[in-house]
Every structure is written in structure tokens, then in C-alpha cells.
Design a binder for this molecule. Structure first.
Ligand code: MN
Length: 292
């Protein structure tokens, strides 16, 4: 392993909280419950839901009507199917391998439920929801919805049969992911073979973290990390070296930090307290829309 340009390991984390979102998403939160703040900007939140087996039920579990403003929610489904509907008129089902990239920006009201047939049949739900902050100048842009199907996500085979990377956002070598983003970020879904060692090069100046979804892996010399553990790397350096001790699924995140104040209040993430008060007023007065 070439350590000259390796991004220094800052810390590793276990989930800082576990909770249930609505009644359908049993999540382990890696941040912000672990207070890592700007060191992973522009990412704000990472909930790892499941894997949880839900029994059959006629009425889908999930979370009803709620707002978001000032950022994007990114839902990456590994197992199960989630149905979404929002006040901007978008709806869709996110199944295994699919990604939903929802830009709340100026504000949407949406609901997230287990898809009807998945609920009736029962099964395992395993997914990640990531919140990506928006730069101040785009926080009040119109909402946008990208329903990205598994087949649209390019897959890069790694050297030496080490596995593959699905490029959801950003660029790996010459391969560009389909997600349109407001600032430069990489979101890569990695499947690595046990016993493999892989090296990735990130642009200079990116924050970075690697989350183990399943398996066991070391990142830039960290202790072995199992499921729902995360390695946080320094903004310095360029390379990320991952040694997988077992067949592993991981999520690699990186991005240019925004360097702007973050004021959050539940589902609203703005730059000032005044903007939060305005968001609450706008939601309460129906200016973020309603579900039909
Ligand atoms: Mn939501």
C-alpha cells in the first residue's frame, strides 16, 4: 500500500443512535448522532435502515407526510421496496439497487412507505438514507426529483478481481455516475471480495468517509470495521485503501466541503436561525405544498 498520498484516518464510529422512523424504518444513525460536523460536509446525515425482516401487513409501514427544506435526501435501497410521493407531484418506487435522489431545496412535503406489495408479502428491508446539504445559493431553488434505476448506474470492475464499484454520483476514473449534484461529490456503492485490497483516488480537497454496510473491512489502516461502522478520513491526501477481510458491501462518500454555517431544526437545514423560523412558517402556512 502506497501511503504517501493516503488520506489520514481521523476516527472510526459505531452508530450514535438507533431509532425507528415512523413505524417502517429501523435505523442506525452514524451522523449527526456522532458529532462530526463539518468534517463530512456537504453530507449531513446517514441513517442505515435494517436489514430488518417485516412480517406481511395489508397497511404499509412507513412515515407519513412531513416536510424538508434546504438539502437533498438520497435513498439507496439494497433489499425491499419503498414507495414515495411528494408535494412537487413526484412519486416512485425504489427497489433493490435503485436510488432516489430528491432535492427538497425550497421545500417539499413527502411520505415514505413500504411499497404495497412488499408490505403485503413481507420481507427484508435494507437501505441507506443520506442527507446532502445544499450551498446557500441553492437552498431555495425549486425541488427536483431523480429516480435512478439500478440499470442506469454504471459498474466499474476493480483490478485483480477485487469486486466492483457502482458509481451513483461523481466520477471513478473515466466513469461518471448518473446523479446530478449541486456541488462536487462522489457516492460509490462498493462490493469487495474477502481477502481483496483496493485503492481509490479522490480529488484533492474532498472530505471522505467509508461506511461498512455488510462484511468486515479496514480503511486506510483502521481496525477491522463490521456492519454499520464508519471510517472518517481527513480532507488532506487523495487515496483510500480498503482491505476487505470478508465479502463486504460499503459506501464511499466524498465531497467538497461547503464552508457555510449550518443551522438545523429537524427536517429543515438552513444557514441562519431566521431562515429556520421562516421555514417553519412556510411549512405551517402550506407554502411547501400538500400531498394530494
Ligand atoms: Mn423524508
Amino acid at each position: 500500500m502506497n501511503t504517501a498520498h493516503m488520506k489520514p484516518l481521523l476516527a472510526t464510529f459505531s452508530p450514535g443512535s438507533t431509532h425507528v422512523v415512523g413505524d417502517g424504518f429501523h435505523v442506525r444513525n452514524l451522523f449527526p448522532s456522532n458529532d462530526i460536523g463539518e468534517s463530512i460536509s456537504p453530507f449531513l446525515l446517514l441513517d442505515y435502515a435494517g436489514p430488518t425482516r417485516y412480517g406481511p401487513r395489508a397497511t404499509p409501514r412507513g412515515v407519513g407526510e412531513h416536510p424538508h427544506r434546504g438539502f437533498e435526501t438520497v435513498t439507496i435501497v439494497h433489499q425491499g421496496r419503498v414507495a414515495h410521493r411528494d408535494s412537487a407531484g413526484n412519486s416512485g418506487v425504489v427497489g433493490p439497487g435503485d436510488v432516489q435522489w430528491m432535492t427538497a431545496a425550497s421545500g417539499v412535503v413527502h411520505e415514505e412507505f413500504h411499497e404495497q406489495r412488499f408490505s403485503e408479502e413481507g420481507g427484508v428491508l435494507q437501505m441507506v438514507q443520506l442527507w446532502v446539504n445544499l450551498p446557500a445559493r441553492h437552498k431555495l431553488s425549486p425541488p427536483r426529483y431523480q429516480g435512478i434505476e439500478s440499470a442506469q448506474i454504471p459498474r466499474v470492475e476493480l483490478a485483480g478481481g477485487a469486486g466492483h464499484a457502482r458509481v451513483i454520483a461523481g466520477e471513478l476514473g473515466a466513469v461518471r455516475g448518473p446523479a446530478v449534484t449541486f456541488t462536487p461529490i462522489n457516492v460509490w456503492d462498493l462490493a469487495l471480495a474477502g481477502g481483496s485490497q483496493s485503492e481509490f483516488t479522490l480529488p484533492l480537497g474532498h472530505t471522505a468517509a467509508v461506511v461498512v454496510i455488510e462484511g468486515r473491512a479496514s480503511v486506510n489502516g483502521s481496525p477491522a470495521l463490521e456492519d454499520a461502522r464508519m471510517a472518517l478520513l481527513d480532507v488532506d491526501g487523495e487515496t483510500v485503501s480498503i482491505a476487505a477481510q470478508l465479502d463486504s458491501k460499503l459506501l464511499l462518500l466524498s465531497g467538497v466541503p461547503l464552508g457555510e454555517p449550518v443551522v438545523s431544526h429537524g427536517p429543515f437545514v438552513m444557514n441562519t436561525g431566521e431562515e429556520i423560523r421562516q421555514a417553519i412558517k412556510d411549512f405551517q402556512s402550506g407554502r411547501m405544498g400538500r400531498l394530494a
